[in-house]
Ligand binder design. Sequence first.
Ligand code: 4GN
Length: 240
Amino acid sequence: MRFDVLTLFPDMFRHVLGESITGRAQEKGLLVINPIDIRDFTSNKHRKVDDYPFGGGKGMVMTAQPIYDAYMSIVKELDYKPKLIYMSPQGRPLTQKLAIELKEEKHLILLCGHYEGIDERVIEEIVDMEVSIGDYVLTGGELPAMVLIDCISRLVPGVLPSEEAYSEESHFNGLLEYPQYTRPYEFNGKKVPDVLLSGHHANINKWRREQSLKRTLQKRPDLVEGNKELQEEIKKLKLY
Ligand code: 4GN
């Protein structure tokens, strides 16, 4: 899968996504993450990318021209139109469901804003979807873009060390993940639950399912609220 990122800080992407699993996936050719410096597309000799807002007000606004030209430099090479996503607090909230939808795209372009925002006309011209990683404001769209890339990338076949890893966990099935334990058997006087050492896989799966249900009910009751089947299952198991 290919990600192009329109940003004023391309090194942030190399430094963060070049490490660990996303780094290895790039080396393997499973992911192409291509940060593009918007400043390289300025047509003024000072490489200026922002200007004062019409109508007045605090801060600066990113100008349309370099963003548009950077975008055109990508799409002019292609015989298809990749989806362009603008990282914005006004966007569709990022959820596991949205990540699963977006992993089907072969190519995404992410646009990262700074300052007080981007000239609305270039947004109207090139943006297909706005995505938000949560109800808070950051100094730039780079961290949100990296969150989105990471979240989608781990769903791309071959990126995670073991394929089954992602199908089991939090939010994939709408439940929180059960607790995990590793060696030693005893830590600060606390032992690993016996069922996990029993070798009885049906019992282990049953215990894990119950733990997931209990945790979700306790920590994220909102996830249970809209789900009749989960409520039934919780009732049957008397997990209240
Ligand atoms: C996205 C962008 C938060 C998010 C951002 C978010 C940069 N902050 N919740 N900051 O996903 C004005 C112009 C703020 C760009 C934007």
